[in-house]
Design a protein around this ligand. Structure first.
Ligand code: NAP
Length: 230
């Protein structure tokens, strides 16, 4: 049975990943900041008590990441898929008022934490496993024409670099690592006017991750599998 770990699994795209993977017969470690308040995950757990485990993970704390790694080790799980989905966006940023806190938190949660999580869980990744880092088109340096959510865009560009670094680190074990933009998705972050629903976005990303090879490792894709320029 495919063993998967998803961060930010309690709502939005992370919840859609969890649902889709369970529907596909996989076993899921669903990580979220507040398991006791994760109502949608509790409902899914009732339906899939053997295949869904909800674990606490508040990023970017090193101690929290280490505790999760210990828990995964104690469960003796070998992961076939790790989805770094949890992320934050500071909205309404304007040039002149961007704060150091916004930049620091965005880099810590969107870029450093996924890198540190993969590093901490590397021993628990099965040879040939896959790592999917949820990025965004706003991180495409080549595509920027206006100042827009700079803390978010800069931190996700750093996540793309983390993807390249991790791809290099894990190549020898046959583990592809890719950055994927989910598209513009109707979630709390994406808003109600977004073009895609989370299930459709996740279907595309899972189809992509199933077919990536080591040749694709360290690359940046859209949810439909089309390449995105750095
Ligand atoms: N929606 C879009 O259009 C869109 C477009 C491009 C990329 N993305 C990316 O897709 C991913 C999921 O976004 P979404 O649209 O599903 O956003 P969302 O609805 O705002 O959900 C964000 C998820 O990340 C978790 N999270 C945030 N900060 C965290 C932290 N410090 N520690 C642990 N978990 C944290 C949230 O947990 P809590 O519930 O505890 O806050 C929640 O589960 C993000 O990486 C985002 O950047 C989204």
């Amino acid at each position: 049975m495919r063993q998967c770990l998803v961060t930010g699994a309690n709502r939005g795209i992370g919840l859609a990943f969890t649902r889709a993977l369970l529907a596909d017969g996989a076993s899921v470690l669903a990580c979220c900041r507040a398991p006791a308040q994760a109502a949608a995950l509790a409902e899914l757990r009732e339906a899939h008590p053997q295949r869904l485990r909800v674990l606490p993970l508040a990023l970017p704390g090193e101690a929290a990441i280490a505790a999760l790694a210990r828990e995964v080790e104690a469960l003796d799980v070998r992961l076939d898929l790790l989805v770094n989905n949890a992320g934050m966006l500071v909205s309404g940023e304007r040039f002149g008022t961007v704060t150091a806190d916004a930049l620091r938190d965005s880099f810590a949660i969107n870029a450093a934490a996924p890198f540190l999580l993969v590093q901490a869980l590397a021993e628990r990744l099965a040879d040939g496993a896959r790592v999917l880092n949820v990025s965004t088109r706003l991180a495409s340096i080549a595509g920027v024409t206006e100042l827009r959510t700079p803390s978010y865009a800069m931190s996700k560009a750093a996540l793309n670099m983390a993807t390249r670094q991790l791809a290099a680190a894990l190549r020898g074990r046959g583990i592809p690592v890719v950055a994927v933009s989910p598209g513009w998705v109707r979630t709390d972050m994406g808003g109600s006017g977004a073009t895609l629903d989370a299930d459709a976005s996740v279907r595309g990303m899972l189809a992509l991750i199933d077919r990536v090879t080591l040749d694709d490792s360290g690359r940046f894709f859209g949810h439909d599998g089309s390449p995105i320029g750095w």
